[in-house]
Write a protein that binds this ligand. Structure first.
Ligand code: NAD
Ligand code: ZN
Length: 354
């Protein structure tokens, strides 16, 4: 038996207005060096744009996350930084949701490791430590701020660069930054956190570490989505952090496995893909699916339907293949004998209903 030696984020700031401390935090990284900011382009014409602590020698890149991050995009951003300066930056700062944070993690890794990001999709393939990197979430739920992965779609697979070097050196959790998120997006990404908790707490890999974080995150999600108050954004941000800590030491389950297939074949984003799948998983997570529907009613969100009805047979097969590859997720959800429980036909019938 070997236990996971889990690398955590070294420095964490939490609080309303804490974003103002970013300049001070970066000061020691600036001696003879510059800083790269990767900022979600949704902020281009918003007040946050004027609050980025940009010095004359720095590089600010607005990133677009209409598509989930691709290895090709990471490679071109990395090249942009190399073209800007022959020396390495003192820091790479990602300001945005899970996609932008993942881009910042990936660029910080690729600046010190040769080749394409696609060469490193997998587990522990990164050889050299990354450039110092900071995550500033502006959307909460994915747990990307605490995880040891950056999820990328490459030429042949959708798979993260999983490594200890991927983990942020610093995160700044300022609940004021998530105030302007559109309601549907807030719900989809928030439900990613709720589903992390469900799948961790109801999985066979559960242990006291994951349970402690998962139970607290679950309580916070319930408050945020069923009984919201003035401090809901603070709670959602901490729920995301705790949900991420919970799955880091356990695993996700049926919903995430199916969601991967949906996003690979249909291009659905992670949060909405999870919601689409979760609504059909009453047989696996009965009480949680009912609670999810209450949260959905309360948020006034309705899900897209009949997404798979027009699929070609070959696309359906690919979707089933992508879901089945996620072996640890199935094992966590259904136990060691999951292959006898979760057949191709059963996955197909689940997908057919979506
Ligand atoms: P996102 O980063 O893809 O952003 C979704 C939308 O919200 C975008 O249009 C973005 O511009 C907008 N947005 C972000 N912040 C905003 C704000 N404050 N105000 C208004 N609009 C805002 O969404 P997400 O759900 O946070 O992240 C999903 C991504 O995270 C996927 O690419 C997924 O693969 C990845 N992910 C990574 C991990 C990990 O551990 N690394 C875990 C789960 C998901
Ligand atoms: Zn997730």
């Amino acid at each position: 038996m070997s236990f996971r030696n889990f690398k955590v984020v070294s420095q964490v700031i939490f609080g309303r207005g804490s974003f103002n401390q970013l300049d001070e935090i970066l000061a020691p990284k600036r001696s003879n060096s510059f800083v790269v900011f990767l900022v979600d382009d949704v902020f281009q014409n918003r007040p946050l744009a004027g609050r980025i602590p940009l010095h004359p020698e720095d590089l600010l890149i607005w990133v677009n996350v209409a598509d989930e991050p691709k290895t090709r995009y990471v490679d071109s951003l990395t090249q942009q930084v190399r073209d800007f300066s022959a020396t390495l930056p003192g820091g790479v700062i990602g300001v945005g949701g899970g996609s932008t944070m993942d881009l910042a993690k990936a660029v910080s890794l690729m600046l010190t490791n040769p080749g394409s990001a696609a060469d490193y999709q997998g587990w522990d393939l990164i050889r050299n430590p990354a450039v110092y990197h900071v995550g500033v979430p502006t959307l909460s739920g994915t747990g990307a701020e605490v995880s040891r992965t950056t999820v990328l779609t490459g030429p042949v697979k959708k798979l993260g660069i999983n490594s200890d070097y991927t983990v942020f050196d610093q995160i700044i959790m300022d609940p004021e930054l998530i105030a302007g998120v559109p309601a549907a997006q807030r719900f989809y990404t928030g439900m990613d956190c709720y589903i992390h908790c469900v799948e961790s707490l109801q999985g066979t890999y559960l242990n006291a570490f994951s349970q402690a974080y998962g139970e607290k995150a679950m309580v916070l999600c319930r408050e945020v989505f069923l009984d919201p108050g003035e401090d809901s954004d603070d709670k959602l941000m901490i729920a995301s952090y705790c949900g991420g800590m919970s799955i880091a030491y356990s695993q996700v389950g049926v919903c995430h496995a199916l969601s991967y297939g949906l996003s690979f074949v249909l291009g659905l984003h992670h949060g909405i893909g999870n919601c689409v799948a979760f609504d059909y998983l009453e047989e696996f997570y009965p009480e949680s699916v009912l609670e999810f529907r209450q949260m959905m009613d309360k948020a006034g969100v309705s899900l897209p339907r009949h997404l798979t009805s027009g699929l070609k047979e070959s696309q359906m097969e690919t979707m089933i293949d992508v879901a089945l590859v996620m072996e640890p997720l199935w094992e966590n959800a259904l136990g060691k004998n999951w292959k006898t429980v979760m057949t191709r036909d059963r996955i197909r019938s689940l997908y057919t209903r979506m």
